[in-house]
Design a protein around this ligand. Structure first.
Ligand SMILES: Cc1ncc(COP(=O)(O)O)c(C=O)c1O
Length: 385
């Protein structure tokens, strides 16, 4: 062989005696075949095999298998973000003429996706109350999917997932859930009767605010085929390097989650104890919306909760937030840095609730020293008093 060929054709080296604890990062667009016959017969439609980098590498298969085991499902697909995981979950089961029901407390871009993307395709949507009190009345013959998110974005309402799943199942309707807050460590939606369990791996599984990814786990082979067909049609896959980061993050997730959850609950109690017209929304606090459901269905609480501010605090908010020394201002969560985000949900909600008119601070607790976080929280709420 000439030098140019030697430059591009990697020599074979022995792997005998090599064992490591890490998952190799297989970067690939092209997959090559062992023989002409293999090339002729191997198909992109073989969902477990390898045909093109977009459709999976041994690296992504490891993460899929790990998430499948955690969610208690049979198959997982990986998408480039949490939002794309929601979009693909919906597109994989909805057809023109169908309707999807979403809770009023859903991650707001989901409402936008239904309104601005699904509706022009002839796919309808309707919005139900997070407590599902109006859900049955909204079930028409066209409803194909009921989406849930528990606890809800920002307002943290816990939903009765087994009841929603049972209601749907009795009518031949599919259910899907955004399981990002709890992660499968603290909630197992498939065991509660849900068909599609989605997570933004961007948050706790990634864990370091340096990647974007989403997943959908199912127990049904037809649902898996629908997901993979939709991904193939849209050309969606994930980067092996991002997968490697999630595989790394996942290894410490149980410890990070337990720590952040414990510190977050302590801070929530501390803020609630101030009174001062503050309303703390944290599912693990008795009295919070859906606390009993949380106790029944969840194995723990992660590090994200919200505080509704009284009207009198509003004029002081900007200066108070600018005075933070440890918390960073940001709307994401699940990383090592604690974040705070002032949220206004009024524009995103259909149903009236007094808190919807207020500013809601969403806090995500990270891994800083709890004493520093406590001092920052005290300074913030002193400034808002
Ligand atoms: C509850 C929830 N679901 C989904 C997403 C979307 O995830 P991503 O940012 O990876 O698209 C987010 C992001 O903030 C979220 O908070």
């Amino acid at each position: 062989m000439h030098d140019a060929t030697k430059c591009v054709k990697a020599p074979e080296v022995s792997e005998d005696g090599y064992a490591s604890l890490t998952v190799p990062t297989h970067r690939a667009s092209t997959i090559v075949f062992e023989s002409a016959a293999d090339y002729a017969t191997r198909s992109q439609r073989d969902l477990d095999g390898y045909s093109y980098g977009l459709h999976g590498t041994p690296t992504s298969r490891v993460l899929e298998a790990q998430l499948t085991a955690l969610e208690g499902g049979k198959h997982t697909v990986l998408l480039p973000s949490g939002q794309s995981a929601i979009a693909v979950a919906m597109l994989s089961v909805l057809r023109p003429g169908d309707t999807v029901l979403i809770p009023d407390s859903v991650y707001p871009p989901v409402t936008g996706f239904c309104r601005d993307f699904l509706a022009p395709l002839g796919i309808g949507h309707d919005i139900y109350r997070p407590d599902a009190s109006d859900l049955e009345a909204k079930i028409t013959g066209s409803v194909r999917l009921i989406w849930a998110e528990s606890p809800g974005s920002t307002t943290m309402e816990v939903q009765d997932i087994p009841a929603i799943a049972a209601l749907a199942k009795a009518r031949g309707i599919l259910t899907g859930i955004d399981n990002t807050w709890a992660t499968p460590l603290y909630l197992k939606p498939l065991a509660l009767g849900v068909d599609l369990s989605m997570q933004a791996l961007t948050k706790y599984p990634g864990g370091h605010s340096d990647l974007l990814m989403g997943s959908v786990t199912v127990a049904d082979s037809d649902l898996r085929k629908g997901l993979r067909d939709t991904m193939r049609m849209l050309g969606l896959g994930v980067s092996p390097d991002a997968v490697a980061l999630v595989l790394r993050g996942l290894q410490t997730m149980s410890v990070r989650l337990a720590h952040s959850g414990r510190i977050a609950l302590g801070l929530a109690e501390r803020i609630a104890a101030r009174g001062e017209g503050l309303e703390v929304l944290h599912p693990a606090r008795p009295g919070s919306v859906g606390h009993d459901l949380w106790k029944r269905d969840f194995a723990g609480a992660s590090g994200v909760f919200s505080v509704v501010l009284p009207e009198a605090a509003e004029p002081k908010l900007e200066a108070a937030l600018n005075g933070l020394r440890v918390f960073a201002l940001g709307a994401s969560w699940g990383g090592t840095r604690s974040l705070i985000a002032p949220m206004s949900v009024a524009g995103a909600r259909v149903n009236d609730h007094p808190r919807n008119a207020r500013t809601i601070l969403r806090l995500s607790i990270g891994l800083e020293d709890p004493a520093d976080l406590t001092a920052d929280v005290d300074t913030l709420f002193d400034a808002l008093r």
